[in-house]
Design a protein around this ligand. Structure first.
Ligand SMILES: *Cc1c(COP(=O)(O)O)cnc(C)c1O
Length: 365
Protein backbone atom coordinates (compact mmCIF):
# COMPACT_ATOMS: atom_id res chain seq x y z
CA UNK A 1 0.00 0.00 0.00
CA UNK A 2 1.30 3.46 -0.88
CA UNK A 3 0.95 5.92 1.97
CA UNK A 4 1.63 9.57 1.13
CA UNK A 5 3.06 11.96 3.71
CA UNK A 6 0.33 14.49 3.01
CA UNK A 7 -2.66 14.48 0.64
CA UNK A 8 -3.86 17.96 -0.27
CA UNK A 9 -5.87 16.60 -3.21
CA UNK A 10 -8.04 14.47 -0.90
CA UNK A 11 -8.90 17.56 1.13
CA UNK A 12 -9.68 19.64 -1.95
CA UNK A 13 -11.97 16.85 -3.19
CA UNK A 14 -13.95 17.02 0.02
CA UNK A 15 -14.57 20.80 -0.18
CA UNK A 16 -14.47 21.43 -3.94
CA UNK A 17 -18.12 22.44 -4.04
CA UNK A 18 -17.40 25.26 -1.56
CA UNK A 19 -13.94 26.26 -2.78
CA UNK A 20 -14.64 26.62 -6.50
CA UNK A 21 -17.46 29.21 -6.24
CA UNK A 22 -15.55 31.10 -3.50
CA UNK A 23 -12.52 31.47 -5.75
CA UNK A 24 -14.72 32.42 -8.70
CA UNK A 25 -16.35 35.16 -6.60
CA UNK A 26 -12.94 36.77 -6.07
CA UNK A 27 -12.21 36.67 -9.79
CA UNK A 28 -15.67 38.07 -10.58
CA UNK A 29 -15.16 41.00 -8.23
CA UNK A 30 -11.46 41.47 -9.04
CA UNK A 31 -10.66 42.00 -5.34
CA UNK A 32 -7.25 40.42 -5.74
CA UNK A 33 -4.96 42.22 -3.27
CA UNK A 34 -6.34 42.71 0.22
CA UNK A 35 -9.98 43.81 0.16
CA UNK A 36 -13.29 42.37 1.41
CA UNK A 37 -12.39 38.66 1.17
CA UNK A 38 -9.31 39.21 3.32
CA UNK A 39 -11.25 41.38 5.80
CA UNK A 40 -13.91 38.70 6.19
CA UNK A 41 -11.28 36.08 6.96
CA UNK A 42 -9.45 38.37 9.39
CA UNK A 43 -12.63 38.85 11.42
CA UNK A 44 -13.42 35.15 11.58
CA UNK A 45 -9.85 34.10 12.40
CA UNK A 46 -9.60 36.67 15.21
CA UNK A 47 -12.86 35.29 16.65
CA UNK A 48 -11.57 31.74 16.28
CA UNK A 49 -8.31 32.52 18.11
CA UNK A 50 -9.98 34.67 20.75
CA UNK A 51 -8.11 37.88 19.92
CA UNK A 52 -9.40 41.36 19.15
CA UNK A 53 -7.45 41.64 15.91
CA UNK A 54 -6.16 39.55 13.05
CA UNK A 55 -4.12 41.02 10.22
CA UNK A 56 -3.71 38.96 7.05
CA UNK A 57 -0.22 39.12 5.56
CA UNK A 58 1.82 37.48 2.82
CA UNK A 59 3.26 34.55 4.82
CA UNK A 60 4.20 33.39 8.31
CA UNK A 61 7.78 34.62 8.17
CA UNK A 62 6.57 38.14 7.42
CA UNK A 63 3.99 37.85 10.20
CA UNK A 64 6.85 37.32 12.68
CA UNK A 65 9.04 40.01 11.13
CA UNK A 66 6.27 42.61 11.07
CA UNK A 67 5.37 41.93 14.71
CA UNK A 68 8.99 42.58 15.72
CA UNK A 69 9.15 45.75 13.61
CA UNK A 70 5.81 46.96 14.95
CA UNK A 71 7.19 46.74 18.48
CA UNK A 72 10.26 48.68 17.41
CA UNK A 73 12.56 45.69 17.80
CA UNK A 74 15.57 45.77 15.48
CA UNK A 75 19.28 46.47 15.35
CA UNK A 76 21.01 46.09 18.71
CA UNK A 77 18.21 44.03 20.22
CA UNK A 78 18.33 40.35 21.14
CA UNK A 79 15.34 38.05 20.62
CA UNK A 80 15.24 34.55 22.10
CA UNK A 81 13.89 31.53 20.22
CA UNK A 82 14.57 27.80 20.02
CA UNK A 83 17.25 25.83 18.12
CA UNK A 84 14.84 23.07 17.02
CA UNK A 85 12.43 24.83 14.68
CA UNK A 86 11.88 25.70 11.07
CA UNK A 87 14.57 28.17 10.00
CA UNK A 88 12.06 31.04 9.65
CA UNK A 89 11.65 31.37 13.44
CA UNK A 90 15.19 32.77 13.60
CA UNK A 91 15.25 34.18 10.08
CA UNK A 92 12.41 36.59 10.90
CA UNK A 93 14.45 37.92 13.84
CA UNK A 94 17.42 38.50 11.54
CA UNK A 95 15.18 40.18 8.95
CA UNK A 96 13.96 42.64 11.58
CA UNK A 97 17.58 43.63 12.19
CA UNK A 98 17.67 42.07 15.67
CA UNK A 99 19.95 39.22 16.75
CA UNK A 100 18.54 35.73 17.27
CA UNK A 101 19.57 34.14 20.57
CA UNK A 102 18.89 30.42 20.68
CA UNK A 103 17.87 28.10 23.50
CA UNK A 104 18.02 24.30 23.34
CA UNK A 105 14.91 22.12 23.25
CA UNK A 106 13.96 19.27 25.60
CA UNK A 107 14.14 15.56 24.78
CA UNK A 108 10.73 15.13 26.30
CA UNK A 109 8.65 17.25 23.93
CA UNK A 110 11.10 18.83 21.43
CA UNK A 111 9.90 22.29 22.54
CA UNK A 112 11.89 25.20 23.98
CA UNK A 113 13.59 24.18 27.24
CA UNK A 114 12.12 26.81 29.55
CA UNK A 115 14.72 26.03 32.23
CA UNK A 116 17.38 27.49 29.92
CA UNK A 117 15.63 30.73 28.92
CA UNK A 118 16.80 32.90 31.82
CA UNK A 119 20.49 32.20 31.22
CA UNK A 120 20.05 33.35 27.61
CA UNK A 121 18.69 36.78 28.63
CA UNK A 122 21.09 39.71 28.11
CA UNK A 123 20.70 43.44 28.74
CA UNK A 124 19.65 43.72 25.08
CA UNK A 125 16.94 41.07 25.16
CA UNK A 126 13.54 42.44 24.11
CA UNK A 127 11.40 39.42 23.34
CA UNK A 128 10.95 35.65 23.53
CA UNK A 129 9.49 33.71 20.61
CA UNK A 130 8.33 30.29 21.83
CA UNK A 131 7.51 27.98 18.91
CA UNK A 132 4.48 25.71 19.21
CA UNK A 133 6.33 23.07 17.25
CA UNK A 134 4.57 20.16 15.50
CA UNK A 135 1.31 21.67 16.82
CA UNK A 136 1.94 21.33 20.56
CA UNK A 137 2.06 24.56 22.57
CA UNK A 138 5.21 25.47 24.46
CA UNK A 139 5.06 25.79 28.28
CA UNK A 140 3.40 29.21 28.11
CA UNK A 141 2.86 29.76 31.84
CA UNK A 142 6.59 29.53 32.43
CA UNK A 143 7.50 31.57 29.34
CA UNK A 144 5.03 34.30 30.32
CA UNK A 145 6.24 34.46 33.91
CA UNK A 146 9.91 34.70 32.85
CA UNK A 147 8.93 37.43 30.40
CA UNK A 148 7.04 39.33 33.06
CA UNK A 149 9.94 39.13 35.50
CA UNK A 150 12.43 40.48 32.93
CA UNK A 151 10.03 42.87 31.17
CA UNK A 152 10.13 41.06 27.81
CA UNK A 153 7.53 40.63 25.09
CA UNK A 154 6.22 37.18 24.24
CA UNK A 155 5.52 36.60 20.55
CA UNK A 156 4.08 33.18 19.71
CA UNK A 157 5.31 31.38 16.62
CA UNK A 158 1.99 29.65 16.02
CA UNK A 159 2.82 28.87 12.39
CA UNK A 160 2.21 25.14 13.04
CA UNK A 161 -0.43 25.55 15.74
CA UNK A 162 -3.79 26.60 14.23
CA UNK A 163 -6.37 25.54 16.79
CA UNK A 164 -3.87 24.02 19.23
CA UNK A 165 -4.83 24.54 22.88
CA UNK A 166 -2.91 25.37 26.06
CA UNK A 167 -5.07 25.07 29.18
CA UNK A 168 -8.09 25.69 26.99
CA UNK A 169 -6.59 28.76 25.33
CA UNK A 170 -5.93 28.89 21.62
CA UNK A 171 -2.41 29.25 20.29
CA UNK A 172 -1.87 32.86 19.23
CA UNK A 173 -3.91 34.52 21.99
CA UNK A 174 -1.53 34.14 24.95
CA UNK A 175 1.40 36.39 24.04
CA UNK A 176 1.53 40.03 22.94
CA UNK A 177 1.01 38.74 19.40
CA UNK A 178 0.89 35.48 17.47
CA UNK A 179 2.21 34.65 14.01
CA UNK A 180 0.47 32.13 11.75
CA UNK A 181 1.44 30.62 8.41
CA UNK A 182 -1.09 29.42 5.86
CA UNK A 183 1.49 27.69 3.69
CA UNK A 184 -0.47 24.97 1.81
CA UNK A 185 0.78 22.10 3.96
CA UNK A 186 -0.15 23.70 7.31
CA UNK A 187 -3.31 22.56 9.14
CA UNK A 188 -5.08 25.63 7.77
CA UNK A 189 -3.49 25.99 4.35
CA UNK A 190 -4.06 28.57 1.63
CA UNK A 191 -3.96 27.83 -2.10
CA UNK A 192 -0.72 29.72 -2.33
CA UNK A 193 1.15 31.69 0.36
CA UNK A 194 -0.48 33.39 3.33
CA UNK A 195 0.06 34.38 6.94
CA UNK A 196 -1.54 36.32 9.77
CA UNK A 197 -0.83 38.20 12.96
CA UNK A 198 -3.18 37.91 15.94
CA UNK A 199 -3.09 40.45 18.77
CA UNK A 200 -5.20 42.25 21.35
CA UNK A 201 -3.06 45.38 21.08
CA UNK A 202 -4.88 48.15 19.13
CA UNK A 203 -1.81 50.18 18.25
CA UNK A 204 0.13 47.10 17.08
CA UNK A 205 -2.85 46.17 14.93
CA UNK A 206 -2.77 49.61 13.28
CA UNK A 207 1.00 49.53 12.88
CA UNK A 208 1.02 46.12 11.22
CA UNK A 209 -1.78 47.15 8.85
CA UNK A 210 0.49 50.04 7.79
CA UNK A 211 3.65 47.94 7.63
CA UNK A 212 2.05 45.33 5.35
CA UNK A 213 0.95 48.06 2.93
CA UNK A 214 4.03 50.24 2.29
CA UNK A 215 3.63 52.20 5.51
CA UNK A 216 0.38 53.78 4.29
CA UNK A 217 -2.63 54.72 6.34
CA UNK A 218 -4.11 56.82 3.57
CA UNK A 219 -3.58 56.18 -0.10
CA UNK A 220 -0.15 57.39 -1.27
CA UNK A 221 0.70 58.95 2.08
CA UNK A 222 3.57 56.91 3.51
CA UNK A 223 4.13 57.59 7.19
CA UNK A 224 6.76 54.86 7.60
CA UNK A 225 8.79 52.56 5.39
CA UNK A 226 6.85 49.33 5.27
CA UNK A 227 6.73 46.37 2.92
CA UNK A 228 4.31 44.79 0.51
CA UNK A 229 2.93 41.94 2.58
CA UNK A 230 -0.78 42.10 1.77
CA UNK A 231 -2.77 38.87 1.70
CA UNK A 232 -4.27 37.90 -1.67
CA UNK A 233 -8.06 38.06 -2.04
CA UNK A 234 -8.06 34.47 -3.33
CA UNK A 235 -6.33 33.30 -0.15
CA UNK A 236 -8.81 35.20 2.05
CA UNK A 237 -11.69 33.47 0.24
CA UNK A 238 -10.09 30.00 0.42
CA UNK A 239 -9.22 30.40 4.11
CA UNK A 240 -12.77 31.58 4.92
CA UNK A 241 -14.11 28.39 3.36
CA UNK A 242 -11.59 26.21 5.17
CA UNK A 243 -11.70 27.76 8.67
CA UNK A 244 -15.12 26.24 9.63
CA UNK A 245 -13.62 22.79 8.87
CA UNK A 246 -10.44 23.30 10.91
CA UNK A 247 -11.67 21.84 14.22
CA UNK A 248 -12.97 18.68 12.55
CA UNK A 249 -9.71 18.30 10.62
CA UNK A 250 -7.68 18.78 13.80
CA UNK A 251 -9.85 16.22 15.60
CA UNK A 252 -9.24 13.73 12.79
CA UNK A 253 -5.48 14.32 13.19
CA UNK A 254 -5.80 13.80 16.97
CA UNK A 255 -7.60 10.52 16.37
CA UNK A 256 -4.84 9.44 13.96
CA UNK A 257 -2.18 10.41 16.51
CA UNK A 258 -3.94 8.40 19.23
CA UNK A 259 -3.89 5.32 17.02
CA UNK A 260 -0.20 5.84 16.19
CA UNK A 261 0.53 6.12 19.92
CA UNK A 262 -1.37 2.95 20.73
CA UNK A 263 0.38 0.98 18.01
CA UNK A 264 3.88 2.33 18.67
CA UNK A 265 4.05 2.47 22.46
CA UNK A 266 6.25 0.07 24.41
CA UNK A 267 8.56 -0.41 21.43
CA UNK A 268 12.22 -0.29 22.47
CA UNK A 269 13.27 1.16 19.11
CA UNK A 270 10.77 4.02 19.03
CA UNK A 271 10.61 7.07 21.25
CA UNK A 272 7.42 9.11 21.37
CA UNK A 273 7.23 12.72 22.51
CA UNK A 274 5.12 13.55 25.55
CA UNK A 275 1.65 14.86 24.84
CA UNK A 276 1.08 17.14 27.85
CA UNK A 277 -2.22 16.75 29.70
CA UNK A 278 -2.79 20.50 29.90
CA UNK A 279 -2.44 20.95 26.12
CA UNK A 280 -4.13 19.70 22.99
CA UNK A 281 -1.82 19.42 20.00
CA UNK A 282 -3.28 19.96 16.55
CA UNK A 283 -0.81 17.31 15.33
CA UNK A 284 0.48 19.35 12.44
CA UNK A 285 3.16 16.65 12.40
CA UNK A 286 3.46 13.28 14.10
CA UNK A 287 7.13 13.02 14.96
CA UNK A 288 8.92 10.08 16.57
CA UNK A 289 12.58 9.38 17.33
CA UNK A 290 14.46 6.36 16.00
CA UNK A 291 18.11 5.40 15.81
CA UNK A 292 19.62 4.90 12.34
CA UNK A 293 16.91 7.20 11.09
CA UNK A 294 18.22 7.65 7.55
CA UNK A 295 18.34 3.88 6.95
CA UNK A 296 14.84 3.49 8.40
CA UNK A 297 13.49 6.29 6.24
CA UNK A 298 15.01 4.76 3.14
CA UNK A 299 13.57 1.32 3.85
CA UNK A 300 10.13 2.82 4.50
CA UNK A 301 10.35 4.61 1.17
CA UNK A 302 11.06 1.28 -0.54
CA UNK A 303 7.87 -0.03 1.06
CA UNK A 304 5.89 2.89 -0.37
CA UNK A 305 5.67 4.89 2.84
CA UNK A 306 6.57 8.57 2.62
CA UNK A 307 8.02 10.28 5.69
CA UNK A 308 9.63 13.63 6.49
CA UNK A 309 12.30 15.07 8.80
CA UNK A 310 11.50 18.18 10.82
CA UNK A 311 14.23 19.27 10.89
CA UNK A 312 17.45 17.60 9.73
CA UNK A 313 19.74 20.53 10.65
CA UNK A 314 19.13 22.65 13.76
CA UNK A 315 19.04 26.41 13.18
CA UNK A 316 22.44 27.09 14.76
CA UNK A 317 24.22 24.75 12.34
CA UNK A 318 22.67 26.23 9.19
CA UNK A 319 25.18 27.68 6.73
CA UNK A 320 23.38 31.03 6.80
CA UNK A 321 24.49 31.43 10.43
CA UNK A 322 28.02 30.03 9.97
CA UNK A 323 30.47 31.54 12.45
CA UNK A 324 27.82 32.53 15.00
CA UNK A 325 27.36 29.18 16.71
CA UNK A 326 29.32 25.95 16.67
CA UNK A 327 28.61 22.25 16.92
CA UNK A 328 27.92 21.31 20.51
CA UNK A 329 26.19 24.59 21.44
CA UNK A 330 22.72 22.99 21.61
CA UNK A 331 23.39 19.28 22.17
CA UNK A 332 19.79 18.14 22.59
CA UNK A 333 18.68 19.71 19.31
CA UNK A 334 21.77 18.27 17.60
CA UNK A 335 21.22 14.75 18.90
CA UNK A 336 17.54 14.80 17.99
CA UNK A 337 18.14 16.14 14.47
CA UNK A 338 19.65 12.76 13.58
CA UNK A 339 16.73 10.80 15.04
CA UNK A 340 13.55 12.71 14.17
CA UNK A 341 11.15 11.04 11.79
CA UNK A 342 7.78 12.48 10.79
CA UNK A 343 5.19 9.84 9.90
CA UNK A 344 2.33 10.44 7.45
CA UNK A 345 -0.22 12.76 9.07
CA UNK A 346 -3.28 14.40 7.56
CA UNK A 347 -7.00 14.34 8.41
CA UNK A 348 -7.92 11.95 5.59
CA UNK A 349 -5.31 9.35 6.61
CA UNK A 350 -7.18 6.04 7.12
CA UNK A 351 -6.89 3.58 9.98
CA UNK A 352 -5.70 1.01 7.45
CA UNK A 353 -2.89 3.32 6.33
CA UNK A 354 -1.78 3.93 9.91
CA UNK A 355 -1.73 0.16 10.58
CA UNK A 356 0.37 -0.26 7.44
CA UNK A 357 2.84 2.47 8.45
CA UNK A 358 3.28 1.00 11.93
CA UNK A 359 3.69 -2.54 10.64
CA UNK A 360 6.32 -1.43 8.11
CA UNK A 361 8.10 0.69 10.70
CA UNK A 362 8.38 -2.21 13.14
CA UNK A 363 9.71 -4.49 10.40
CA UNK A 364 12.26 -1.90 9.32
CA UNK A 365 13.51 -1.29 12.84
C1 LIG B 1 5.90 27.49 8.32
C2 LIG B 1 6.62 28.09 9.47
C3 LIG B 1 7.06 29.43 9.48
C4 LIG B 1 7.04 30.31 8.27
O1 LIG B 1 5.87 30.41 7.59
P1 LIG B 1 5.87 30.74 6.02
O2 LIG B 1 4.44 30.99 5.73
O3 LIG B 1 6.41 29.54 5.31
O4 LIG B 1 6.71 31.94 5.81
C5 LIG B 1 7.61 29.93 10.65
N1 LIG B 1 7.76 29.17 11.74
C6 LIG B 1 7.39 27.88 11.76
C7 LIG B 1 7.57 27.09 13.02
C8 LIG B 1 6.82 27.29 10.62
O5 LIG B 1 6.49 26.00 10.65
Amino acid sequence: MLVPFLDLKAQYGSIKSEIDPAMQAVVDSCAFAGGPFVEKFEKSFAAYCGTLHCIGVGNGTSALELILRAYGIGQGDDVITVANSFFASAEAISLSGATPVLVDCTEDDALIDVTRIEQAITKNTKAIIPVHLYGQCADMDTVLSIAKKHDLLVIEDACQAHGALYKGKKAGCMGEAGAFSFYPGKNLGAYGEGGAVTTNNDSIDKKIRMLRDHGMQEKYKHAIVGKNERMDGIQGAVLSVKLPHLDAWNDARRKNAALYRTLLKNNANIRLFTAHDDRSSNYHLFVIRVENRDVAQDKLKQKGIATGIHYPIPIHLQEAYAGIWKKGDFPVAEKMAGELLSLPMFPELTEEMIQEVCKALKEVL
